[in-house]
Design a protein around this ligand. Structure first.
Ligand code: ADP
Length: 622
């Protein structure tokens, strides 16, 4: 007997109720997915039991035949999904069915737009799970007992999905969980043998656990209604594209089809199978630091764990799929995984497989879509994965002065194929936006000579370019760095330079003195054609964009003064050169410095003073 029922009435966490209401409203037109969610939970519970029983055989309680059973009662309008998996005790039930423990829930609610179509897509990705039951049910009763617990330690959870639920202790002889749905009138069609089979076929065929139902005739032994084989173990020739897509839906919760997949079965010294998918859409928590990894690890078809960082590097966290191997012990722990030599090899081979998949994708029209969705994640690989840096670099896409507008469509190889005959370097500029990069004064010279410049306007690009210094033997050169001129123009123009410096030496010295607290040097520029001035960094110091990023991240940035370059052919410079009044000269110099900062998207120390300075100068010349 249960030791007193200890019945408790409890309220849902407010977010649960919010999620519930959303699920019910937005998935109304896609009701049948409730069954997929419940069967998936049941199958996870079975997987967990199998894994726990590896170290504690007693958990089988002499009932080792693991399965999911679906019953229904047409008259009473009920469906029951039962499993003899791991089960839940009272605390588990309260924690799992009354709260949302998932990471990123807050972000998820933040991302909801109020637009029903969009929100229902998000919900699909979030994985509505158990709460999907309330799409079709007016009441849900869960009875469960944790494997290994006494019969009297069963628990019964009941709710109408309207703010509260009750839990009470009950006896339960069989381990595992029964979920009973009392269907709403308008969902009564689901309590029918054919209907249930049809939905299971559609969504749950490749669950590796058998799903059993009473035969259509209504008589005889329960029969298995799904394929119940691990799809990745079947011969590739026996798997259709639809099978692959269905399996993707099963493991990803994604309602969209995958963009591409790769399945490999390796035999030999190491034996393992991998099946990897690239989704079309980013999961809601792609940028969450604790977001889950999408790979499930199986050993000899026994589910071991998911979300293991050891399986794939972070920059491939958008990939979903499975790794199954015979070369790990069944009782492998996370700690062991980190050191395991076999896994290390599988991991490496998996990275290569996935990069190969992305490479194939890069030759199709779908690549742009992929890049827009996951490009920023893949770029992390340049920093994170030195051994594959070169391979990843070929997959990068950027905006450029030549094509694509702010859509990043240009790869390094496109750039190289368009390089001028005597051009030896790949030129780029980093900035905080496409417009700033594109309109930067630094670019003028390159535009005038028809030399392509890559416009890098994603914050991570600064890190990418600090780790990736060349491509195909060509140096990557930032055009905001000071050492460009020599490289670019060759010796003939160098002579020109020194002539310039001599001619304007006095003027340059003067401006330098007036701005001595702000710039390291003042010199004539070859890179400007229509702007009067710009700032450049010395080769050793970070670009201004990098400095801003570091500051935004709260890091100390050592002060490094930059070089002010002046366009001696510009009428404003000519005007300033004629200025005799020291004070006005100082105003002009500050004005040149200020506009150079503004043009590169930087922040002035004292914007009001800058404006005042301009206003005064305008009045003086009026
Ligand atoms: P998810 O399955 O995505 O974690 P759900 O809302 O579907 O989210 O379920 C919440 C939790 O409740 C699960 O993680 C699991 O711990 C528990 N749970 C649900 N169904 C079962 C079941 N049939 N057996 C054991 N535990 C379950």
């Amino acid at each position: 007997m249960a030791e007193g029922s200890n019945k408790e009435e409890l309220g849902f966490e407010s977010e649960v109720q919010q999620l519930l209401d959303l699920v019910i409203n937005s998935l109304y037109s896609n009701k049948e997915i409730f069954l997929r969610e419940l069967v998936s939970n049941a199958s996870d519970a079975v997987d967990k039991l199998r894994f726990s029983a590896l170290s504690d055989d007693a958990l089988y309680e002499s009932d080792p035949d693991l399965s999911v059973i679906i019953d229904f009662n047409e008259k009473k309008k009920t469906i029951t999904v039962s499993d003899n998996g791991i089960g839940m005790n009272r605390e588990d039930v309260i924690a799992n069915l009354g709260t949302i423990a998932k990471s990123g829930t807050k972000e998820f609610f933040g991302a909801l737009s109020g637009d029903e179509t969009k929100d229902s897509q998000l919900i699909g990705q979030f994985g509505v799970g158990f709460y999907a039951a309330f799409i079709v049910a007016e009441k849900v009763v869960v009875t469960s007992r944790k494997a290994g617990d006494k019969v009297s330690k069963g628990v019964r959870w009941e709710s109408e999905g309207k703010g509260d639920y009750s839990v009470e202790s009950v006896d339960k002889s069989k381990r595992g969980t029964d979920v009973v749905l009392y269907l709403k009138k308008e969902a009564k069609e689901f309590s029918a043998n054919n209907k249930i089979r049809e939905i299971c076929k559609k969504y749950s065929d490749h669950i590796a656990v058998p799903i059993r139902m009473i035969p259509i005739s209504g008589e005889g032994d329960y029969e298995v209604i799904n394929e119940a084989t691990a799809i990745w173990k079947k011969a590739k020739s026996e798997i259709s594209a639809d099978d692959y897509k269905e399996f993707y839906r099963l493991i990803s919760n994604d309602f969209m089809e995958p963009l591409k997949w790769v399945h490999s079965q390796v035999e030999g010294k190491l034996e393992y199978t991998t099946l990897f998918y690239i989704p079309q859409m980013a999961p809601f928590d792609l940028w969450d630091r604790d977001s889950k990894q999408g790979i499930k690890l199986y050993v000899q078809r026994v589910f071991i764990m998911d979300d293991a960082e050891e399986l794939l590097p972070r920059y491939l966290r958008f990939v979903k799929g499975v790794i199954d191997t015979n070369d790990l012990p069944l009782n492998v722990s996370r700690e062991l995984l980190q050191k395991d030599k076999a896994l290390e090899k599988i991991r490496l081979a998996s990275i290569k497989k996935i990069l190969g998949l992305v490479e194939r994708l890069s030759k199709t029209d779908d690549y742009q879509k992929f890049w827009t969705t996951f490009g920023r994640v893949l770029k992390e690989g340049i920093v994170e994965d030195e051994p594959h840096r070169e391979r990843i670099s070929k997959l990068l896409r950027f905006s450029s002065t030549v094509e694509g507008g702010d859509e990043p469509t240009v790869g390094f190889s496109d750039y190289v194929s368009r390089m001028k005959e005597d051009q030896t370097d790949i030129f780029y500029i980093t900035a905080d936006s496409f417009a700033t990069a594109k309109n930067s004064p630094h670019i003028e010279y390159f535009l005038s000579k028809g030399i392509e410049v890559l416009l890098l306007h994603d914050p991570i690009d600064e890190w990418v370019t600090s780790h990736l210094t060349e491509f195909d033997g060509k140096k990557l050169k930032s055009i905001v760095h000071a050492d460009l001129d020599e490289e670019k123009d060759g010796s003939a123009e160098e002579a020109d330079d020194s002539k310039d410096e001599q001619e304007h030496g006095e003027f340059l010295e003067k401006v330098k003195t007036l701005l001595s607290d702000k710039v390291a040097d003042v010199r004539t520029s070859k890179r400007l054609t229509s702007s009067p001035a710009c700032l450049v960094s010395s080769a050793a110091s970070p670009s201004a964009n990098m400095e801003r990023l570091l500051q935004a991240a709260g890091q100390q940035v050592p002060e490094s003064k930059r070089i002010l370059e002046l366009n001696m052919d510009h009428p404003i410079i000519t005007l300033i050169q004629k200025e005799k009044n020291e004070d006005k000269m100082k105003s002009w110099s500050n004005y040149l410095f200020g506009q150079s900062i503004v043009a590169e998207g930087g922040k002035l120390d004292d914007p009001a003073a800058f404006i005042q300075n301009i206003n005064q100068t305008l009045l003086d010349t009026a």
